[in-house]
Design a protein around this ligand. Structure first.
Ligand SMILES: [Zn+2]
Length: 255
């Protein structure tokens, strides 16, 4: 695996790309990103920083295990969570405060096996996630590239209070998804909140985010012409398992 500095440089590049204003994925301090350094530590964005202008010193390196263990610790106060984050810093002298969604990142990097993670609030995705018919609207797949890049389905999490409760809800959704599909998702959707893209590389996170944002713009457009026409389950699985599409995924560095 690449060393911690190299991972951090890739993470900075990915974060700035996701933060580019013309992409409309985040504004101000929205969104957060992370990456696995090695088997036991990860980088996560510090609270209060902006993706568009983020730099290496805006990330904190944490031990993965104590963060993951917070899931099983029952109800913790905000102060207790803050102290646990402090105690998990690889460099205890770092003054940066890890993102409020740090536990969620740790899950994506462990349970779901991602190497890079990008959480954003794209306008097109949130238009959908803030609608009354969201579950109906995301029930099917729309076009082959959506499936090739974003997988056979997104995982979906009903609205939950950010922080530890949301991390627990995402954990449950991840386990359910992996049980159903036999693989982790590429996209996790959080109702009234935003999306998470999971990747084996920084490039994959960027591609998954871009393609899912496009999927939502298309989906929104379908409602002007009678609603979405979903591909059949058979067609979805055919695209997902076709050898030429697997080749395309590799070429796109999605595997
Ligand atoms: Zn968020």
């Amino acid at each position: 695996m690449a060393n911690a500095t190299q991972v951090l440089q890739e993470l900075v590049g990915m974060s700035r790309s996701l933060g580019r204003p013309e992409r409309d994925l985040v504004i101000l301090g929205e969104g957060n990103t992370s990456a696995l350094c090695d088997d036991s530590t990860f980088w996560v964005k510090a609270s209060g920083t902006q993706l568009a202008t983020i730099k290496e010193s805006d990330f904190v390196r944490l031990w993965l295990r104590p963060i993951r263990e917070l899931l099983d610790k029952g109800d913790l106060s905000d102060q207790e969570v803050k102290e646990a984050f402090e105690a998990a810093k690889v460099d205890p002298s770092s003054a940066k405060r890890p993102s409020v969604e740090t536990v969620l990142h740790a899950l994506a990097l462990s349970t779901a096996g991602a190497k890079f993670v990008g959480h954003t609030h794209p306008t097109a995705v949130n238009a959908l996630l803030c609608s009354t018919k969201v579950e109906e609207a995301i029930a099917g797949r729309l076009f082959p590239d959506e499936i090739v890049v974003c997988g056979p389905a997104p995982a979906y999490v009903p609205y939950t209070d950010p922080g530890l409760p949301l991390a627990r809800a995402v954990h449950k959704a991840l386990l359910r998804y992996m049980d159903e599909w036999g693989m982790p998702p590429k996209v996790i959707l959080m109702q009234n909140h935003g999306m998470i893209a999971l990747g084996n590389s920084a490039k994959e996170v960027d591609s998954v985010t871009a393609m899912y944002e496009k999927t939502c713009r298309i989906l929104l457009g379908t409602f002007a012409f009678g609603g979405p026409h979903f591909l059949s389950e058979e067609h979805v699985m055919r695209i997902f398992t076709r050898p030429d599409e697997a080749y395309r995924r590799r070429e796109l560095k999605l595997e």
